[in-house]
Ligand binder design. Structure first.
Ligand SMILES: C[S@@+](CC[C@H](N)C(=O)[O-])C[C@H]1O[C@@H](n2cnc3c(N)ncnc32)[C@H](O)[C@@H]1O
Length: 298
């Protein structure tokens, strides 16, 4: 066999190893094709996050990465894309894909009196005790309110304490589509299943199979777009209800939100969080726990 033939075989193998991503380290040969792909995927995801922020103002880097990737991958595969890179191009080209993607990442599930036991504690103990110490109707903020079930629940409860005309529930979310739904105030039987009969009679009107929030109640809720990770927070709130959204944020983002809630509340004001969102060491953020899922600003 000629020397040049042997050299060309060697060259062929070296090239082959190089293209397949083989790592020759301290005499060991390690396959790293998968690692190379993972790095590529990570770069594609980083680019996706950057583009998504430019197109929507939403910073996905502050949301738990594994969860977001899973949700968005299953969506883009459904739409026939095979990578974050291809999907990013798709989002830039097609507005309907972008709207769908925002809807998917925002996770909008809600219902009236969600986790009724917690609402019972709020309605029977916490709110009346707090309200009795105030001279004017309490100011309440439903942050990340989704399609409106939570702020309308708040307005129903508050109507036991104050005339509707005096009520103002601030209701915010990042997603315009859900806010539009919330303003219309039309719900299925499933969404209102925990609403008791007296509130149904007073505030909901059945039309066919759907339930419409009556305009008197609608008028007491003010819907606004607001990004918890970006926008300034309202001041002097008596009570903030923020449930089932913090769970999607990174630890760092969550802690920043807790500090902002602290600033947003009046002294003694109350924060009501979701079932899986209890604060560890609330004193770190200037709160004390008064009941599970309820914190008071100290
Ligand atoms: C699962 S829903 C919770 C609705 C309601 N609070 C409840 O517990 O039934 C989560 C909501 O958080 C909103 N959201 C997600 N990220 C947000 C952010 N950075 N700022 C404000 N809202 C956000 C989503 O648009 C979605 O409507």
């Amino acid at each position: 066999m000629s020397v040049s033939f042997l050299l060309s075989i060697r060259l062929f193998y070296l090239l082959h190893f190089f293209l397949l991503g083989v790592d020759i380290e301290k005499g060991n040969v390690k396959w790293c094709g998968k690692k190379a792909t993972a790095v590529g995927d990570q770069q594609d995801y980083a680019q996706f996050v950057k583009t998504f922020q430019t197109l929507t103002g939403i910073d996905l880097a502050k949301y738990k990465e594994a969860q977001m990737k899973r949700r968005i991958t299953s969506l883009y595969e459904k739409r026939g894309f095979s990578s974050f890179r291809a999907y990013t191009k798709g989002l830039q080209a097609e507005k309907s894909l972008l709207i769908e993607c925002v809807d998917r990442m925002t996770i909008n599930v809600s219902e009236f009196f969600r986790n009724p036991t917690q609402w019972e504690i709020f309605q029977q103990d916490i709110l009346p005790a707090y309200a009795s110490k105030q001279n004017s109707p309490v100011s309440v903020w439903s942050a990340a309110c989704s399609t409106g079930e939570e702020p309308y629940t708040l307005a129903m409860i508050l109507s036991d304490l104050y005339p509707l005309s005096k009520l103002k529930v601030l209701a915010t979310d990042l997603d315009n589509t859900v806010l539009e739904h919330a303003r219309h105030g039309i719900y299925t039987e499933k969404a209102i299943r925990e609403v008791d009969k007296s509130y149904r009679d007073l505030f909901l009107e059945q039309k066919g199979i759907l339930f419409h929030v009556k305009s008197e109640l609608k008028r007491s809720v003010q819907f606004q777009k607001h990004n918890l990770l970006h926008d300034p927070y309202p001041k002097q709130m008596d009570c903030i209800v923020c449930r089932n959204v913090l769970i999607y944020f990174t630890e760092e983002a969550k802690e920043k939100v807790y500090r902002s809630f602290h600033e947003s509340l009046k002294q003694g004001g109350v924060l009501f969080v979701g079932s899986t969102e209890q604060m560890f060491h609330p004193e770190r953020f200037g709160f004390r726990s008064i009941r599970p899922f309820f914190y008071e600003k100290i």
